[in-house]
Structure formats: structure tokens, C-alpha cells
Design a protein around this ligand. Structure first.
Ligand code: MTE
Ligand code: MO
Length: 378
């Protein structure tokens, strides 16, 4: 069994598949803290978790402009380069797929709204490592930076992904080869000992257990770059989807969700108001500038209170947690059902679409319509 040596996981996880292991924490716990504790961080594995001996670990760097492959040990990665720390949110492209599934079943794990988490990652800057390897990062033939994982499928093909060079090599993009997560060694499930961190970019490109970095003129040939993690129109089916033509998902669109109260809960009121909290986040470093909450199908909205870091508006990698006290209409009777809705606005004034119907796609990715929970007033 290739899954015989999997790490232990927290019992509170809600698993979406066991082999490979995929799981999300309960939504209400997700917004208990700005930084997700390592043991509650959502897990998305496509393959068995590799067993990596830190003494034998090697990071290989090759490709355009590098004459001879450069190899770094874990010790060298930790000592040769300045240690850089950033706080970033990682979201799976399939987060909230279960809501797309309600329209018409798609192929993929039935994720709720917690396939997203936030951590502080430390490591060497990718740019520093590539320069050390002698790469000419200005070379015009370098179009993509490819990351290869040490996890392999039964045919020995590794997980892999690539990021456009303008992004990966942008000094303001804070791309890391991380070796710490929240001040500790990266747990096995999250990429021990080294993981690519590409802030603002879809989870799939944040390659775990990275063993090789390649400077190349084409995208990674991995299945997950070329035959998955792409968006299509809602009129496209498996026969008409042209994976060669569709763009790979990289930066993600604006997203938000209500985490408390949970859907179906009975809630008490405080001074005639219902308390709600949740998260909001956007890709590409776009900061959340507003979260709107409604209990009348979106006819009127109130502003949620935002809890966010002091990052600049175009280099904002971490999520915003929000809270709102939503006043109920006077004379709201116990037993009344209320639908709470949230939507976020990012620093490019991108907004979430109202409904899922026009977003539906064969893989159920990029599920960002207004989030709704229905509660009963106590
Ligand atoms: N990297 C490797 N090597 N193998 C994987 O299966 N899954 C990707 C990405 N990096 C994956 C990987 C996907 S799809 C996501 S959403 C994130 O890792 C999940 O990261 P996490 O498990 O630390 O939450
Ligand atoms: Mo993912």
C-alpha cells in the first residue's frame, strides 16, 4: 500500500477522501484565529505523502541559462540565503465546489468552504536561489518556472506545476522556497522539508515536497498543469472542453464565506442582531477593501468589520477575517428563518457574482458566488 506511511491527522478534520488524504477543518474553527494552526490547516494531496530524509534531500535547479544543474542541500538552503517570512493564504481551486455540485454534479472532491487556510511561511526567496545558481533571470526565453514534487504516481510521474516567469521572478511577488510553517518545520502533509510558496496564486502551484526547479520556455507538462486546474464556460462539457486552449488557473478571483453561524443553525440574538463571521480573500495580492452582508436577498447591505494585516493594497497575501452584527427587522418572531449573505470587494473593485449558474464548469473550480447560510432565530 503506497499509503502505508501517511502522517497522523487531527481527528476533527472533515475528510473529503482518504487515499490520497484530503480534508478541511470545521468552518467555525477556521476563523477562530488569523493564522491557521498547522494541525488544522486544510490538506489537499493528489498522491501519497513522500517520506523525505532531510539528510538526503536535494533541491535541483536547472533549465535555460544554467549550464550545469545546481544542487542544494537542505542545510545550504537554510544557511546560504537570507530567511524571508511572509503570511499568506492558500486556497484550493476547488474550494466551495459542493455549492456548484448542487446545480449539477461535477468531477472533483466535494469541498465545503474550508479548503483555504493561512500560515506564516519562512524560507529562501526563489529569486535569491536562482541567482545563486547562476541563472540569468532576465533571459527572454525564460517564460515559466516549473516546480516538481517528490510525490509520484504509480507510473513514477511526479506532481508538478509551473508559474509564469513574470510572476515567479517578480521581486515584489515574495515567492519562496519555504522550509518553515508557522515557525516550525513544515509538517509532512504540507510539504516537508521544502515547499514552493507562490502568494496570491492557486494552491495547485504551491508545490509541496519540491525537489526540482526548472527555468523553461513552456508550461509544466504535468497532468495538473495541462489537463486540470483550468476553467471553462458553463456550456462546455467533457467532449467540448479544449484543455490545450484554456488558460491555467494562476491568480484567483475574489472570494468570501460565512463561517459562523453554520448553515441550518439555530441562533440567538444580541440586542436584536445576529452575529456573523467569516473570511474574505482575493488572489494576486489584491487586498479586501469591503465585505457586505445582507439578510434581505441583497436588497440592502451592511459593512462588516474587517480584521486584516497592514499589507499594501496590491501586495496583500493573507485573508481578511470579518465580523458583522446584523440587525433583524423589529418584531422578528422566534422560529423565523433568515438567509444571511456575504460578498467581498477587492482592491481592483472586483466583486463576487450573485449566483452559481453562470459559473458552473465541468471541474467545479473557481466557485465564488455570494455565500449564503440559512439560520433559524431562537
Ligand atoms: N504539491 C504536491 N507536490 N503534490 C500535491 O498533491 N497539491 C496542490 C498543492 N501542492 C499538491 C501540491 C494543491 S491542489 C493544493 S490546493 C495545495 O497544495 C494544498 O496545500 P496544503 O495541503 O498544504 O493545504
Ligand atoms: Mo487544489
Amino acid at each position: 500500500d503506497p499509503y502505508a506511511a501517511e502522517p497522523k491527522r487531527h481527528h476533527i478534520f472533515q475528510p473529503r477522501s482518504m487515499k490520497p488524504f484530503n480534508a478541511e477543518p470545521p468552518l467555525s474553527l477556521l476563523v477562530d484565529s488569523f493564522i491557521t494552526p498547522n494541525e488544522l490547516y486544510f490538506i489537499r494531496n493528489h498522491l501519497p505523502v513522500p517520506e523525505v530524509n532531510p539528510e538526503e534531500y536535494e533541491l535541483e535547479i536547472s533549465g535555460i541559462g544554467i549550464k550545469k544543474e545546481v544542487v542544494l542541500t537542505l542545510e545550504e538552503l537554510k544557511t546560504k540565503f537570507p530567511k524571508h517570512t511572509i503570511t499568506t493564504t492558500i486556497q484550493c481551486a476547488g474550494n466551495r465546489r459542493s455549492e456548484i455540485n448542487k446545480i449539477k454534479k461535477v468531477k472533483g472532491l466535494d469541498w465545503g468552504s474550508a479548503a483555504i487556510s493561512t500560515a506564516q511561511w519562512s524560507g529562501a526567496r526563489l529569486l535569491d536561489v536562482l541567482k545563486h545558481a547562476g541563472a540569468d533571470v532576465e533571459h527572454k526565453d525564460i517564460k515559466h518556472i516549473e516546480f516538481e514534487g517528490l510525490d509520484t504516481d504509480p507510473a513514477h510521474q511526479p506532481y508538478g506545476a509551473s508559474v509564469p516567469a513574470e510572476k515567479a521572478l517578480d521581486p515584489n511577488a515574495d515567492v519562496l522556497l519555504a522550509y518553515e510553517m508557522n515557525g516550525e518545520e513544515i509538517p509532512r502533509d504540507h510539504g516537508y522539508p521544502v515547499r514552493a510558496i507562490v502568494p496570491g496564486v492557486v494552491g495547485a502551484r504551491n508545490v509541496k515536497w519540491v525537489g526540482r526547479v526548472v527555468l523553461t520556455d513552456e508550461e509544466s507538462h504535468s497532468h495538473w498543469q495541462r489537463r486540470d486546474y483550468k476553467g471553462f464556460s458553463s456550456s462546455c462539457d467533457w467532449d467540448t472542453a479544449d484543455f490545450d486552449k484554456a488558460y491555467s488557473i494562476q491568480e484567483l478571483p475574489v472570494q468570501s464565506a460565512i463561517c459562523v453561524p453554520s448553515d441550518g443553525a439555530t441562533v440567538s440574538t444580541v440586542s436584536g442582531a445576529v452575529k456573523a463571521k467569516g473570511y474574505a480573500w482575493s488572489g494576486g495580492g489584491r487586498k479586501i477593501i469591503r465585505v457586505d452582508v445582507s439578510i434581505d436577498q441583497g436588497k440592502t447591505w451592511i459593512n462588516a468589520k474587517l480584521n486584516q494585516d497592514d499589507s499594501s493594497i496590491y501586495r496583500s497575501w493573507a485573508w481578511t477575517l470579518w465580523e458583522a452584527d446584523i440587525p433583524l427587522p423589529e418584531n422578528t418572531k422566534p422560529g423565523t428563518q433568515v438567509e444571511v449573505i456575504c460578498k467581498a470587494v477587492d482592491s481592483s473593485y472586483n466583486v463576487q457574482p450573485e449566483t452559481f449558474e453562470p459559473l458552473w464548469n465541468i471541474r467545479g473550480v473557481l466557485a465564488t458566488a455570494w455565500h449564503r447560510v440559512t439560520v433559524t432565530i431562537e
